[in-house]
Ligand binder design. Structure first.
Ligand code: AMP
Ligand code: TRP
Length: 332
């Protein structure tokens, strides 16, 4: 059985349905079977420019969203990444053992740095090294994420192996990625071949967890579809249909076969109406809870401070082990 799991999301805007179905929806039941650590990845967020005031507000907002989605602060450790200094310190040590070539090959680095060329900051290249530190500090058995993080988790495992080889014993166990089959990649409502993303310039491409019922209905009715009737064959060639069905299946807990059955031989409109109903029943309560929790900054801060203390104890102990094994100075 999994003993400890860990994951995090960047506080860079409103969380969306992809974050929920790819990540948070898996986190909630894991709290029953594992010790859970969920953090707010603010140090990663500054690898692209952020407005400081906005970032600060978004950190609390992300904490409020975690709670609204069912993350229980009595059971799980919730904290802001930048509040535990061991993350940055271990990242520096890993920076000194990770080959540059591994980082230059990362898809996310290539995508995010493409438009900036030589102007891209060093942090963008080092991003996956910090992520490896985030993870390995806590010795988790598994990391529940969406599919776009698979490459970063593979790199984390490679860095763990490199470190183990360097120090001559298996200090770090290799964490497993936990990626669900259907929620792994929720696609844009405007283009079924593109990932739903916070950074898409079209708001209509994503359902945000604080959208109103009207906004949800509007976005789903406008969602791209195709001219064919719905049938069960060759869904893999119809990305928009596949996406709407996957979302509905995940929201209702049904299989894909059960989900498609009532709509066979029909156009998209009945499917879209069912999707609106499912989304409204799940997303609206989350949005309302998020807004209510946001009003209580002192409560959110108290949770983040409690989480920081608990995380710091675990992370500091790992950092001391690593420093000692690397031959760095450790207080006798
Ligand atoms: P980010 O918003 O990039 O910090 O992502 C936070 C978490 O949500 C990660 O586990 C991602 O893999 C997951 N995620 C983000 N977008 C999607 C998506 N469109 N489909 C599924 N998972 C996603
Ligand atoms: N890179 C992840 C993302 O954008 C966020 C992240 C940072 C993370 N550190 C992590 C996720 C550690 C899981 C574990 O989604």
């Amino acid at each position: 059985m999994t003993r400890r799991i860990l994951s995090g999301i960047q506080p860079t805007g409103n969380l969306h349905l992809g974050n929920y179905l790819g990540a948070i929806q898996q986190w909630v039941p894991l709290q029953q079977v594992a010790e859970c650590i969920f953090f707010i990845v603010d140090s990663h967020a500054i690898t692209v420019p952020q407005d400081p005031k906005q970032l600060q507000a978004n950190i609390r907002r992300t904490a409020a969203t975690y709670l609204a989605c069912g993350i229980d602060p009595e059971r799980s450790i919730i904290f802001a990444q930048s509040s535990v200094p061991a993350h940055a310190e271990l990242a520096w040590i890993f920076n000194c053992i990770t080959p540059l070539g591994w980082l230059q090959r990362m898809t996310q680095f290539k995508e995010k740095s493409a438009s900036q060329k030589e102007g891209a900051c060093l942090g963008l290249l080092a991003y996956p090294v910090l992520q490896a530190a985030d993870i390995l500090l806590y010795h988790p058995q598994a990391v529940p994420v969406g599919e776009d993080q698979k490459q970063h988790l593979e790199l984390t495992r490679d860095i763990a192996l490199l470190f183990n080889r360097l120090v001559g014993h298996d200090y770090f166990a290799l964490p497993e990625p936990l990626i669900t089959a259907q929620g792994a990649r929720i696609m844009s409502l405007r283009d079924g071949t593109k990932k739903m993303s916070k950074s898409d310039s079209s708001e209509a491409s994503r359902i945000e967890l604080t959208d109103t019922a009207d906004a949800i209905a509007h976005k789903v009715r406008r969602a791209k579809s195709d001219a064919d009737l719905i049938h069960a064959e060759h869904i893999e060639n119809r990305p928009e249909l596949a996406n709407l069905l996957a979302i509905l299946a995940l929201l209702t807990g049904q299989t894909l076969d059960q989900t498609i059955e009532p709509y066979i031989g029909k156009g998209f409109s009945a499917l879209k109406e069912a999707l609106i109903e499912a989304l409204v029943s799940i997303i609206i309560p989350i949005g309302e809870k998020t807004e209510a929790l946001q009003q209580d900054a002192a409560y959110l801060d108290a949770i983040l401070i409690k989480g920081q203390k608990a995380a710091n104890v675990i992370a500091h102990a790992t950092l001391m082990d690593v420093k000692e094994r690397m031959g760095l100075w450790v207080k006798p």
